[in-house]
Design a protein around this ligand. Structure first.
Ligand code: G6P
Length: 366
């Protein structure tokens, strides 16, 4: 009821603002990195594995897609990510040394549970879930788990479950890196320090809300939007587009910015806002030239840039500056303004934000 909402208009807004606490709670019991974070028997299983297969649906699939970049670059372990409803019905090549990781807020999604059982029926017994509900079927069915502490999520569009899944997946990445000899003590200490500072960093991003509200007015009048990201932030662009679709009913698509020239550039006109996630990473210069391609076609750009990325506002180019550059954990910060953009755009359009049409919080039937 209204009392629970406090100062917020919707559960989704409340849950977006709960992220600093959800992340802090998820990290609460973590003192050092190690297999024991994932339950009894994790050490032996992690020694036996040669690759990772992530299975999930919806927003959880995008946290898994982000984790693939971490797992390959930091833990140096081959990783594939599959949509659960695809994996369960296709012929695949089973690998009993693969760690099967399911990701689920509810732990009850029918397709993800069926994909897990399918993997097991193919002889894959090393199973782990990153899940927000400790008593769920998913946790019972998996050998290992990491329980995120996002708390109850009521808004159908997932927000705090996503960022806490990313935290769990980053801990898994660091653990596998350590087991495989790719994490020095100094690196472990640095990563733990960055993780512990995350709640404060997310809080600073939430303070950008008024700037995002200003953008949402323009967005509410559009029927289409394009989201661009590169590398680690491509799945964040996908998640931003999904959020906008789910609650504002604006058609949104995400592309890795380098693919622009292979199709979506044909859609760019003054009527197509292009939202860009622009962290100051190794791909920034490439991304800037992608932005030029959009501007040259009259497209209007809305860029979330890191403080030091030297992208300045100008004609057809709107910039919101992120408070700090956050290295490997940057996706956790960059998704937050995209959640806020979808939320405020939906509010401006007057949709039922917490219960968007045709969607369910948890899809327990196929
Ligand atoms: C539904 C929800 C999404 C969620 C997806 C997967 O589609 O509306 O917000 O991402 O299910 O749910 P899960 O509980 O498995 O993460």
């Amino acid at each position: 009821g209204a009392a629970e909402l406090g100062p917020y208009r919707h559960y989704m807004q409340k849950e977006i603002f709960e992220q600093p606490k959800a992340i802090a709670d998820t990290l609460d019991a973590v003192e050092t990195i190690g297999p024991e974070l994932f339950g009894a028997g994790a050490a032996a299983r992690f020694k036996d594995i040669d690759s990772v297969l992530i299975l999930a649906c919806g927003t959880s699939y995008y946290s898994g897609s982000t984790a693939k970049y971490w797992l390959e670059s930091i833990a140096k372990i081959p990783t594939s990510v599959e949509i659960a409803s695809e994996y369960r019905y296709r012929d695949s090549v089973p690998n009993p040394r693969q760690l099967v990781v399911t990701i689920s807020q509810s732990g009850e999604t029918a397709d993800t549970l069926a994909a897990l059982k399918h993997a097991r029926s193919l002889g894959m017994q090393h199973t782990l879930t990153i899940c927000n509900v400790g008593t769920s079927a998913m946790v019972r069915e998996c050998a290992l788990n990491y329980i995120t502490r996002a708390g109850a999520e009521i808004g159908v569009a997932s927000t705090k479950a996503f960022t806490t899944q990313l935290v769990g997946l980053f801990l898994l990445t660091l653990t596998l890196a350590k087991v495989r000899g790719h994490l020095s003590e100094a690196q472990e200490a640095d990563h733990l320090k960055a993780l512990r500072h995350l709640p404060v960093a997310v809080q600073a991003v939430l303070a950008l809300e008024p700037q995002v509200v200003a953008w949402s007015e323009a967005f509410a009048r559009k029927e289409n939007a394009l989201f661009l990201g590169r590398g680690l932030h491509y799945p964040i662009a996908l998640e931003g587009a999904l959020k906008l679709k789910e609650i504002s009913y604006i058609h949104a698509e995400a592309y890795p910015a380098g693919e622009l020239k292979h199709g979506p550039l044909a859609l760019v006109t003054a009527e197509m806002p292009v939202v860009t996630v622009a962290p100051n990473d190794a791909l920034l210069e490439k991304l800037k030239s992608n932005l030029q391609e959009v501007r040259a076609r009259g497209g209007e750009l809305f860029v979330f840039a890191d403080a030091d990325s030297h992208i300045e506002s100008g004609e057809g180019l709107h910039v919101i500056r992120m408070p700090e550059h956050y290295g490997a954990l940057s996706p956790i910060l960059h998704v937050v303004p995209l959640q806020l953009l979808a939320y405020h755009t939906a509010c401006a359009r007057g949709t039922d934000v917490d219960k968007p049409r045709n969607l369910a919080k948890s899809v327990t039937v196929e």
